[in-house]
Ligand binder design. Structure first.
Ligand SMILES: O=C(O)CCC(=O)C(=O)O
Ligand SMILES: [Fe+2]
Length: 182
C-alpha cells in the first residue's frame, strides 16, 4: 500500500479541485480515504461464460477504486448505449468513481456501473484497491460542492451503515445509492 497512497492522494486532489475543495486536511483525508481495502479476485476458466454470473452489475461503495487487471479481459462499464469492454492495457490502472464520491459531489461526479464476466479460454485475476471513508465517517454532499445554492440530493449517512446496506443484498446495478437520497 506504500506506493498506492501517494497516487490516491494525487487523484483525490485533482477530483476535489473540480468541486472547489482546494485543501485536503486531516478530516477530509479520513472522510475520503480513511480505509484502504485490497481485494484479490480470481475468475476460473468457465466452459460456458454465458451461464456464469461473474460479478453482477454494480457501482462500488467507495470514493474511488483503483483496479489492476491481467490481460484476460472481462470487465465492462456501462456506457450511454450499453456495455463497453475495458480492454486490458499492460501496466495501466483503471480508476473508477464510486458511490461515496457521487454522494459527496452531489452528483457532479457519477459512480460508474460495471460488471465482470468469466472466460472460456483463460482464467482472470483482478486486484482492486477500494478507497473508502474511515470508520465512523459521516458522508454527505460537501459544502464546497453546494456553493452555488444547489439543493443537496443526499442526506448525511454514516458510512458503515451504507457499507452494511451495500453488502446486505446481491448486486443490482446502481440501486444502492437510493439509500442515501433525501
Ligand atoms: O474484476 C473486476 O474487474 C471488477 C471487480 C469488481 O467490480 C469489484 O470487485 O468490485
Ligand atoms: Fe466493483
Amino acid at each position: 500500500m506504500k506506493w498506492a497512497k501517494p497516487v490516491i492522494q494525487r487523484l483525490l486532489k485533482v477530483l476535489m479541485k473540480g468541486l472547489n475543495v482546494e485543501e485536503i486536511g486531516a478530516t477530509k483525508e479520513n472522510l475520503l480515504m480513511g480505509t484502504l481495502i485490497v481485494n484479490f479476485n480470481h475468475y476460473p476458466i468457465c466452459p460456458n461464460p454465458d451461464l456464469t454470473a461473474g460479478v453482477g452489475p454494480h457501482s462500488d461503495a467507495s470514493t474511488i477504486t483503483i483496479l489492476l487487471q491481467d490481460d484476460t479481459g472481462g470487465l465492462y462499464v456501462r456506457g450511454r448505449e450499453g456495455w463497453i469492454h475495458v480492454t486490458p492495457v499492460k501496466g495501466a490502472l483503471i480508476v473508477n468513481i464510486g458511490d461515496v464520491l457521487q454522494i459527496m459531489s452531489n452528483d457532479h461526479y457519477k459512480s460508474i456501473e460495471h460488471r465482470a464476466v468469466t472466460s472460456a479460454r483463460k482464467h482472470r485475476i483482478s486486484v482492486p484497491i477500494f478507497v473508502n471513508p474511515g470508520p465512523n465517517a459521516v458522508m454527505g454532499p460537501l459544502p464546497e460542492a453546494l456553493q452555488l445554492g444547489e439543493k443537496p440530493i443526499y442526506k448525511q449517512v454514516l458510512y458503515s451503515d451504507y457499507f452494511n446496506y451495500f453488502f446486505s443484498k446481491p448486486h443490482e446495478g446502481k440501486q444502492t445509492i437510493e439509500y442515501a437520497k433525501i
